[in-house]
Design a protein around this ligand. Sequence first.
Ligand code: HEC
Ligand code: HEC
Length: 291
Amino acid sequence: MSDRPEIDDHSGVETTGHEWDGIKELNTPLPRWWLIIWGACIVIAAIYMVLMPSWPLPWANTYLKGTRHYSERATFAKDMAKLAASRGPSEAKLAATALDQIEADPELLNFAMAAGRSAFGDNCATCHGSGGVGGLGYPALVDDDWLWGGTLDDIKFTITNGIRSTGDDTRFSQMPAFGKDGLLSASEIKDLVEYVTHLSNREADAAAVARGATLFADNCAACHGEDGKGMHELGAPNLTDAIWLYGGDRAAITNTITNAHQGVMPTWGGKLKPWTIDALTIYVHSLGGGE
Ligand code: HEC
Ligand code: HEC
């Protein structure tokens, strides 16, 4: 072996002089730029470790806090405190302002709408759909058709006390299960289905509609009104429009009259802060052209 490095015939590159079964190792050092970056990373990591939180010290139930004592948790708590401080006056103002005065103050209205929208997404959208579009059994809040009334006070009362819920002042009413409980016969229910179909201006069997009108006056008008337009005090839906809570085809109406429904809306008073309920009221009222 000479001292001169051997040059590999095939590639023209120096070898390290190591050889295994005739296979020789080429001497290709790491590129300088790569070594510089690598070295820099090690130096930066060492500096970072001194400045910032780094190693856990599980035996002491702590960690190296670094000379800057940075903590995400503390930063978050500080940000939240700042937010609370900036919102505080608006919350207090909202709490102190009568519902019907809020809409007259554009800045307060803005705050109530934003707070209401966010509280709605957190608490209400699961049932009422995002933006309050509703679904089968869950009323849409974006229309101007109200079961229990759409004035600010009505909406606030509904949200605070719930419907067929646990609160002492919950809204309550109960449509009888006319078929299941044997109050009406199958053929009477069939006549009523035709009558209800006719009420919302759709094609229906005229003879059945005539018989249904009498049955309706006797059994249904007390809650749904003589004209079928519903009654807010009892949460009885308007049956003359195209909006249906439980479906408006004959099968759905038959099912409603036979079994009745008991839609339940939770009581929010006590669970949500009073000013949050005010914000929700403003938001819901704005959604659907409140009354
Ligand atoms: C567990 C499901 C559920 C949740 C959550 C819920 N609701 Fe309801 N809500 C209902 C049901 C069901 C009704 C209809 C009850 C009935 O049939 O009379 C209703 C009715 C209402 C009404 C009356 C609508 C009318 O036409 O009179 C308002 C207003 C309302 N909800 C607002 C809210 C708000 C605001 C929230 C959130 C704080 C909320 N709801 C959360 C199920 C829910
Ligand atoms: C004691 C009051 C009461 C009486 C009497 C009553 N209803 Fe109802 N009805 C209601 C209430 C309240 C609802 C809504 C139930 C809910 O929201 O869960 C309702 C819902 C309905 C619906 C569903 C409407 C929709 O939008 O899906 C139909 C249809 C209906 N009633 C028809 C009748 C007919 C027909 C009779 C007479 C045979 C009758 N009701 C008698 C209170 C009454």
